[in-house]
Ligand binder design. Structure first.
Ligand code: SAM
Ligand code: SF4
Length: 346
């Protein structure tokens, strides 16, 4: 959409996005689509979810406009996610445009990694800062069980490719499921011995469309994952990770790092610095919130940048103190609206 210059936000010196608890939001996770080439059981049913038609999703120009408006209010870090963002043909362009936006310092990607060999060069040329590649098992049969597709070898090759391409950061996201892959914590941690990679163990969250969550005791809490790591390694050195990497360690003599993300226990909320935008252009001020702040509708009704920013500030201002409160406020809405991480933006 062409800029209405008289209304365009030009300054990078606007007040920061601040909530009533004093948290500053400088990180936006933007979902680029809902569709995916995998069907992880904790994320989507085999048949997929009720994917929205393309015209309901944000266009390239709409995404770039949001990045510009957010950056003017101090957002300096962008992550593109989905769905599977590498399915979007305009991904390299979106990365490059975002990085050319005044105020944006870093652009990351969260991907299942399966198609990376096709786009790695373009992503590198576009300037991508780093990527998180999701991989929950190093066993082919388990990989297939969790993703409902084959592809472990390709994913592993593509992790190696990402490391070889020299992105500033390469991380592996492992959703830990008790009784399914918690016996692989050591094997995953060993990847950090010779590789400058961070392996992030993430708590399982109740965002699976079929509520697999309710059927089994899959949750392994962050404290139990941390205890397991301490049991496995004597020389575990606490270190500073990103805002979500609540527990971040280096193993003595290893090149990489391991981290534990308390995504379910939500002990990280006081450090929250992120907002999420769904593929259909709805701002969510918390992963656990059920409230959509409609940015797509505003843009398509020809709103000015100031009006967009007003809506963004309202969303940030209404943020709950933590994900527990957000969930309490929104439980019924979540049940009827967005049931999969692909619809929320992982
Ligand atoms: N398709 C990309 C991928 O898998 O990396 C990006 C989208 S995916 C929804 C983003 C992240 O959310 C992945 O690391 C995935 O493992 C995680 N995720 C999805 N459902 C989850 C759940 N129920 N609990 C914890 N993490 C989940
Ligand atoms: Fe696809 Fe990622 Fe969901 Fe798996 S977690 S189904 S790869 S969007």
């Amino acid at each position: 959409m062409p800029l209405k210059l008289q209304h365009a936000v030009k300054s990078t010196m606007l007040p920061a996005l601040l909530d009533r608890y004093g948290r500053i939001f400088n990180y936006a996770r933007i979902a680029l689509n809902e569709r995916c080439n995998l069907r992880c059981t904790y994320c989507m049913p085999e048949e997929g979810v009720d994917f929205q038609p393309p015209e309901k999703l944000l266009s390239k120009n709409e995404v770039s406009r949001l990045v510009r408006v957010l950056a003017a209010a101090g957002v300096n870090k962008i992550r593109f996610t989905g769905g599977e963002p590498t399915l979007r043909k305009d991904l390299p362009e979106l990365i490059a445009t975002s990085l050319h936006t005044p105020g944006v310092d870093q652009v990351f990607l969260t991907t299942n990694g399966l198609l990376l060999h096709r786009v790695a060069d373009q992503l590198k040329r576009a300037g991508l800062t780093g990527l998180n590649i999701s991989l929950d098992s190093l066993h082919a049969d388990r990989f297939k069980k969790i993703t409902r597709r084959a592809g472990l070898e390709q994913t592993l090759d593509n992790i190696k490719l990402a490391l070889a391409k020299g992105f500033d950061s390469v991380k592996i996201n492992v959703v830990v499921m008790r009784g399914f892959n918690d016996d692989e914590i050591k094997q995953f941690s060993e990847l950090t011995r010779d590789n400058k990679v961070t392996v992030r163990f993430i708590e399982f969250m109740p965002f699976d469309a079929k509520q697999l969550w309710c059927e089994g005791d899959y949750l392994m809490r962050a404290k139990d994952i941390v205890a397991k790591l301490h049991g496995l390694y004597d020389g575990l050195m606490a270190d500073k990770g990103s805002e979500t990497e609540h527990h971040h360690y280096r193993i003595k003599g290893y090149q990489g790092a391991v981290a534990v993300i308390p995504a379910f226990t939500r002990s990280l909320c006081r450090n929250c610095n992120r907002i999420r935008i769904t593929a259909d252009g709805q701002l969510r001020n918390c992963l656990y919130s059920g409230t959509d702040y409609d940015l797509r509708g505003l843009m398509r009704r020809d709103a000015s940048d100031e009006q967009l920013l007003f809506q963004i500030r309202a969303a940030v201002g209404a943020k709950a103190i933590d994900g527990v409160e957000a969930r309490e406020r929104s439980t019924s809405k979540i049940a009827v609206s967005r049931i999969s991480m692909t619809q929320i933006g992982g």
